[in-house]
Design a protein around this ligand. Structure first.
Ligand SMILES: Cc1cc2nc3c(=O)[nH]c(=O)nc-3n(C[C@H](O)[C@H](O)[C@H](O)COP(=O)(O)OP(=O)(O)OC[C@H]3O[C@@H](n4cnc5c(N)ncnc54)[C@H](O)[C@@H]3O)c2cc1C
Length: 404
């Protein structure tokens, strides 16, 4: 049991635990609302999902295509505009430092059976819609594509720059540390004992804890003595293939090959520290790849690219390949396997948040501030909180990979 009488106790209105996109956005929103808040990260900011995310600021088209988006969770359709305002520095968080890789993705089909525009958004009022491209306007890598090609005005951002931009907003409030024990059963306050990066221990009392730790949340619920069955989590695994090569061989490409109701592959481009281009291959390829060895996934990715990008040679020897496995962490669903939207709920004095998509971080933060309910920021001297180091930003998967 935590005894906060034996050591100096730090008091906070809110402690956010987990420094991915959800936690960092929540920290900013809570501080904007006037709360005395801090964030605790046990490893590096964005470790796991956020640093690996393909960075597409979806407006719902992909989910409309595959029938996954419930009209009730159409909040996603207003997210691109919300991000745009932050990316332009017109509202908090100021994200002008984030690198926008492209202003728009491409959406293409390998068959000429049904038009993309006809497939999209019949049920939804989507704020962004694909615009059909004439042959002359196609990017060279999609020139030989037999089906229709459309421009989809959804931005793609470089996620490491997002983590850095969000972290830079509150440098003295983002702390490296691990929860040793705690108790969040009392709806009025959570007591915790936390170990910092130097092995020192700190007693903390927060009126609310925000659990935004992605796949780490079930472990935190247990440590905070909260019943996991009230807010169970599910993991949906992915096995992602990556290609690396010189930019003249591996062109900039961001978008989805959508055949029928399937997103066969989602391709996004980044630049590695050694100035090579990297493609991440997501979508159905990465879901089906979960049961495959890395070698089998790379073979499957090669044959997929031969079909969906007829003008591209995936067998060129100057291309290097790698794969990595990652789990998506979300609120567990009943019968339906995929969540139709983000989740924010409460248990004791904890607010639990799984955004489900990176693009839903602003909505998630709004809901977390709402879940503070009638609490008003406490009047207390905020003072400086010594003894905490700042966590680094996680390295993206292409910098950690072994390339073949
Ligand atoms: C391969 C891939 C591609 C994706 N592409 C997109 C995309 O293009 N667009 C989109 O909108 N979404 C995308 N997503 C989904 C998106 O990445 C996630 O929904 C989002 O990043 C989840 O953010 P999060 O902050 O909840 O969790 P995470 O990013 O997982 O962050 C959790 C943080 O909590 C920390 N933590 C864990 N346990 C503890 C603990 N006990 N104490 C303290 N800290 C802890 C971790 O170290 C980490 O920093 C993608 C996901 C994957 C896996």
């Amino acid at each position: 049991m935590v005894d906060t009488t034996k050591e100096p106790t730090t008091q906070l209105d809110a402690l956010v635990i987990g420094g991915g996109v959800a936690g960092l956005w929540c920290l900013d929103a809570l501080r904007e609302a006037g709360f005395d808040a801090a964030l605790l990260e046990s490893r590096a900011l964005g470790t796991g999902q956020s640093i690996s995310a393909q960075g597409i600021l979806h407006g719902g088209v992909k989910y409309s295509l595959t029938g996954l988006l419930d009209p009730a969770s159409a909040a996603i359709s207003r997210m691109p505009e919300r991000w745009d305002r932050s990316l332009r520095g017109e509202c908090r968080p100021d994200l002008r430092a984030v690198t926008v890789r492209t202003e728009a993705c491409h959406l293409w089909r390998t068959q000429a059976l049904r038009s993309i525009a006809g497939m999209v958004g019949a049920k939804l009022a989507l704020a962004v819609r694909p615009q059909r491209l004439d042959r002359a306007d196609r990017p060279p890598v999609l020139a030989d594509c037999p089906g229709e090609v459309a421009r989809l005005p959804e931005k793609v951002i470089e996620t490491p720059t997002l983590m850095r931009a969000l972290a830079a907003l509150h440098p003295d409030r983002i702390w490296q540390g691990t929860v040793l024990e705690g108790d969040a059963r009392d709806p009025e306050r959570t007591r915790l004992r936390v170990e910092d990066a130097h092995g020192g221990t700190h007693a903390l009392v927060a009126r609310r804890v925000v659990l935004a730790a992605g796949g780490g949340t079930p472990g935190l619920l247990e440590r905070l003595q909260l019943p996991e069955e009230r807010t169970p989590m599910q993991r949906r695994p992915l096995h992602m293939a990556m290609i690396k090569g010189p930019p003249d061989l591996l062109p900039e490409l961001n978008g989805h090959c959508a055949d029928g109701g399937r997103t066969r592959v989602t391709i996004t481009s980044s630049t590695s520290e050694d100035h090579q281009r990297v493609w991440q291959l997501g979508g159905e390829l990465s879901e089906a790849g979960c049961d495959q060895t890395p070698e089998a996934l790379i073979d499957a990715a090669r044959s997929c690219l031969r079909e969906v990008l007829p003008g591209f040679d995936p067998d060129d020897e100057r291309l290097a390949w790698s794969t990595y496995r990652i789990d998506r962490a979300e609120r567990r669903q009943g019968e339906a396997r995929r969540p139709t939207g983000p989740y924010v709920g409460t248990s004791g004095s904890a607010i639990i948040a799984w955004p489900t998509k990176l693009v839903m971080a602003p909505w998630t933060a709004e809901q977390v501030v709402k879940a503070m309910g009638d609490l008003r920021p406490a009047e207390r001297p905020t003072g400086s909180r010594n003894g905490w180091s700042s966590p680094p930003v996680a390295r993206p998967p292409w910098e950690e990979a072994t390339w073949h």
